[in-house]
Design a protein around this ligand. Structure first.
Ligand code: BES
Ligand code: ZN
Length: 883
């Protein structure tokens, strides 16, 4: 074996397909090791393609048994079939029917792409290029076909047989132990949206009446016995369906919508038309097995995949370079949904934390790429934070620039203009330019330029002139392959607070670039003069995080504390606290490394104390404010010569100081947040638990003896998973006998419940102590650990590499060496998951020299692996800067 050749694919090389496929009739005869797929494709020459062209179909590990053209077997010299393609060099110059029969082994499919088995269930995953692992096909999203799928299987093995669309026929096959079902999907779709499922499954059923009065059957299929755990997902689905009608005027289009939960899945979930397939982690939730965070992510993912029915399925992508067209837009839509059904400020804070924690880090390292990349070697590696989260920010900026009405008009135009088609990002943006009569030429740079823009703001108050002059400059740092950047269109929401803490209304002395409190930057440097300010105001910039940028402003001492106490924009109140904490932490990391005394946290403690005492604030917001920047946040802000041990030490010391100085208020809040009502997963109740558990952890860091006793009691008395796991997490950070006892107890309580045991693996992998690597290694030999289950791998290996900064980045390099070995082993089983987890090395260049050298050695060892997948090879060479 040798490394697969990775031919770069370029956006500039896009050509329309030579052949279209009008209809696909699939007949899939399921068998654990020898599944037979018969495909009947009605092919026709694409009127847009100039000359008669050969038919070239994609395949991947396929084995051809039969091939016919218009019913006649094809002569052996009339086609070329290999496992990864089927070519007919001289097809007729007209429409014709191509029939093929291939065989495949679902049980041997550990990549979890194409048709595979999850436990005993047959399931498929086709996005992005998995359909070619089921049958020969032009596997590209601009080929849209009407699918009819007949599935048959042993009755005992798969009484439930599902595919896209509506069920048109089903029954037993006479004289056999087999059964069949036929499904027809009237909506033409790209093959990446194809799905089928077969197995023994339980079901939860409900109905939804759409805004025009059509009744839709809703079904969620789960492992038998877990039906009750799907109730929350069903509720979330109905709320998402209603919300899309109200917010975007989008109605569901088929008579049935199905979700299937499986335990082996590379991602969270997949939006196959009418038949979403989910990682069971993203469906199953009950108070005793799922945390509030789990409930939240079930709600988000259910909504996200449902919203794809319009943004992704009815209107799909012309090619994979346009991925943000469906993913960025759909993330924006799911964020808006959550903001409306939960709390808008809290959602915004959580999203910005995630954006900075993932996307900013990606943008600052070797894997940086544009929201719409122009070249890829392996498309699976471009389902990134940049395409998703920055892609959503770009849509959000469109809304900010245009205002809600014109934004909605642009969306409406997009839905009518492109329904049933495969579109591009340019076509999407053109809808807003047309509907709003707004020039978005410069705005398009957000799709093309990688890197996080950096904004410098200098404000000066002139008491005599009663003006405030704001000078703003912007730069975009160089990124791989893009050394020089142009200035961007950047919407910056601003406000002014008077010395009394009240909002001041201002007007620009000249110019008209301030609309609804939003300044629109377009040049490398510009100056704005605001009139009517007799007293020096405090400026609140980039409110609501209106643009995904790094901002530095010349604030005076005390301004941040003032904003933390008074800003009318809740996001910037939170931001002020974070900025104070970040500055202090950066100083203290330097102090730690130089063996200098640390700076005291009095100003921060005062600000936190005020937030904690402000009964007007929702608990979820207070919990966010009380959560200090993560180790990753601090490393990112420091940016070079990073020492994870010093960061950990400074952060832990600060948490202890906050816990000590606010002990009384924290203990009081802890008790105030205890709920006597029965468990409810709603946002307000979850917010109270979040705040309670933040208090628990700060108190335990400050005073371990009392804190551990409190955590131990909470662990034992908890009547829900959120409180139990929070107590266990707090215990996990202290070397005390209670910790081992609690972990052992947890295992015994939840043995056999895979999703809960994943939490047990995950928390142990995240313990910031030098014994952890040894423990993680021994846990890889635990009877229930398996390299073929992505959830397990992410729980143990993923948490070690991503959530344990001090131990992954051990000074002796043993964390890197372990991860490299594990990724080489995993690559042979599941290359997609290996490539994803390999991104743990993406900030290696920012490390201090000793660790940097050790990380580089580990990366080079992986790069030299004997038979790397294209997925892992792509990530590792780009990370090293050699790809
Ligand atoms: N279309 C994706 C699923 C997917 C991703 C398929 C990568 C193939 C390769 C789906 O809509 C998605 O984005 N799922 C997310 C969750 C979502 C809430 C962002 C996921 O699976 O993590
Ligand atoms: Zn998606």
């Amino acid at each position: 074996m040798r490394t697969e050749q990775a031919v770069p694919v370029r956006l500039a090389d896009y050509r329309p397909p030579d052949w279209l496929v009008e209809t696909v009739d699939l007949d899939v005869s399921l068998d654990p090791t020898s599944t037979v797929v018969r495909a009947r494709l009605r092919l026709k020459p694409n009127p847009l393609a100039p000359a008669p062209a050969p038919v070239i179909l994609d395949g991947d590990e396929l084995q051809l048994r039969v091939i016919k053209l218009d019913g006649e077997p094809l002569a052996a010299d009339a086609y070329v079939a290999t496992p990864d393609s089927l070519t007919i060099p001289q097809p007729p110059h007209r429409a014709f029917v191509l029939e093929t029969e291939t065989v495949l082994d679902p049980s041997a499919n550990t990549k979890l792409m194409g048709l595979y088995r999850s436990g005993r269930t047959y399931t498929t995953q086709c996005e992005a290029e998995g359909f070619r692992r089921i049958t020969y096909f032009p596997d590209r999203p601009d080929v849209m076909s009407v699918f009819t799928t007949r599935i048959e299987a042993e009755k005992a093995e798969a009484p439930v047989l599902l595919a896209n669309g509506n069920l048109i026929d089903a029954g037993d096959i006479p004289g056999s132990t087999r059964r069949f079902a036929t499904w027809h999907d009237p909506f033409p779709k790209p093959c990446y949206l194809f799905a089928l499922v077969g197995g023994v499954l339980g079901v939860v059923e409900d109905t939804f009446t759409t805004m025009s009065g059509r009744k839709v059957a809703l079904k969620i299929f789960v492992e038998p016995g877990k039906e009750a755990r799907a109730d929350y997902a069903m509720d979330a689905l109905k709320r998402a369906m209603r919300w899309d009608e109200r917010a975007f005027g989008r109605e569901y289009d088929l008579d049935i919508f199905m979700i299937v939960a499986v335990s082996h899945f590379n991602m969270g979930a997949m939006e196959n038309k009418g038949l979403n397939v989910f990682n069971d982690k993203a469906v199953l939730a009950s108070h005793d097995t799922a945390t509030d965070q789990d409930f939240g992510s079930v709600e988000t993912i259910i909504a996200h995949e449902y919203f794809h029915n319009w943004t992704g399925n009815r209107i799909t992508c012309r090619d994979w370079f346009q991925l943000c067209l469906k993913e960025g837009l759909t993330v924006f839509r799911d964020q808006e949904f959550t903001s409306d059904v939960r709390s808008r400020p809290v959602k915004r804070i959580a999203d910005v934390r995630a954006l900075r924690g993932h996307q900013f880090v990606e943008d600052a390292g070797p894997l940086a790429h544009a929201v719409r990349p122009e070249v890829y070697r392996e498309i699976s590696n471009f389902y990134t934070s940049t395409v998703y989260e920055k892609g959503a920010e770009v849509v959000r900026m469109l809304k900010t620039l245009l205002g809600p009405e014109r934004f909605r008009a642009g969306m409406d135009l997009y839905f009518t203009r492109h329904d049933g088609r495969a579109a591009t990002v340019d076509e999407f943006v053109a809808c807003f330019a047309d509907a709003a009569n707004y020039d978005l030429t410069q705005f398009m740079l957000w799709y093309r330029q990688a890197g996080t823009p950096e904004i410098m703001a200098q404000g000066n108050h002139d008491a005599d002139a009663k003006t405030y002059t704001l000078e703003i400059s912007q730069t975009v740092p160089p990124t791989p392959g893009q050394l020089v950047k142009e200035p961007m269109t950047i919407p910056i929401a601003i406000g002014f607070l008077g010395p009394d803490g009240k909002e001041r209304q201002v007007a620009l002395a000249h110019g008209s670039k301030l609309a609804n409190g939003v300044l629109t930057l377009t040049k490398a440097k510009e100056r704005f003069v605001f009139a009517g300010l007799s007293e020096r105001p405090v400026l609140s910039l980039n409110r609501g995080f209106s643009a995904p940028v790094k901002l530095t402003a010349n604030l005076r001492d005390g301004d941040l504390a003032f904003l933390a106490a008074h800003d009318t924009d809740p996001f910037n109140r939170w931001q002020a606290v974070q900025t104070l904490a970040t500055a202090l932490l950066i100083d203290n990391v330097a102090a730690h490394r130089a063996d200098r005394p640390k700076r005291a946290a009095d100003e921060l403690v005062h600000a936190l104390g005020a937030v904690l005492e402000d009964r007007g604030l929702e608990p979820a917001f207070v919990a966010q404010a009380m959560t200090l920047p993560s180790e990753g946040d601090i490393a990112r802000e420091i940016g070079h010569d990073v020492d994870p041990d010093a960061i950990f030490a400074a952060r832990r010391a600060l948490r202890a100081e906050v816990g000590r100085k606010l002990a009384e208020a924290l203990a009081d809040t802890y008790h105030r947040m205890v709920d006597d009502d029965p468990f409810s997963p709603d946002a307000a109740s979850a917010g109270r638990r979040a705040l309670k558990n933040v208090c628990l952890d700060l108190l335990a860091t400050a005073d371990p003896t009392a804190g551990i006793a409190r955590a131990d009691t909470q662990y034992r008395d908890a009547d829900n998973m959120t409180d139990r796991i929070a107590a266990l997490a707090t215990l996990s950070h202290h070397q005390v006998p209670e910790r081992r006892a609690a972990f052992d107890d947890f295992y015994r309580r939840y043995e056999g419940d895979a999703l809960v045991i994943d939490k047990w693996f995950g928390l142990q992998a995240a313990i910031p102590e030098s014994d952890t690597l040894g423990r993680v290694k021994s846990l890889t030999a635990h009877p229930v650990f398996s390299m073929s289950n992505p959830n397990r791998v992410r729980a143990l290996i993923g948490n070690f590499a991503q959530a344990n900064q001090t131990q992954f980045n051990r000074r002796d390099g043993e964390g890197y060496a372990f991860h490299a070995d594990t990724m080489l082993a995993l690559d042979a089983i599941n290359p997609q998951v290996a490539a994803r987890l390999m991104t743990a090395f993406r900030s290696w260049r920012a490390l201090e020299p000793e660790r940097r050298g050790k990380a580089e050695a580990a990366l080079k060892r992986v790069a030299a692996g004997p038979s790397l997948s294209r997925d892992l090879q792509d990530i590792v060479t780009r990370t090293l800067g050699t790809g």
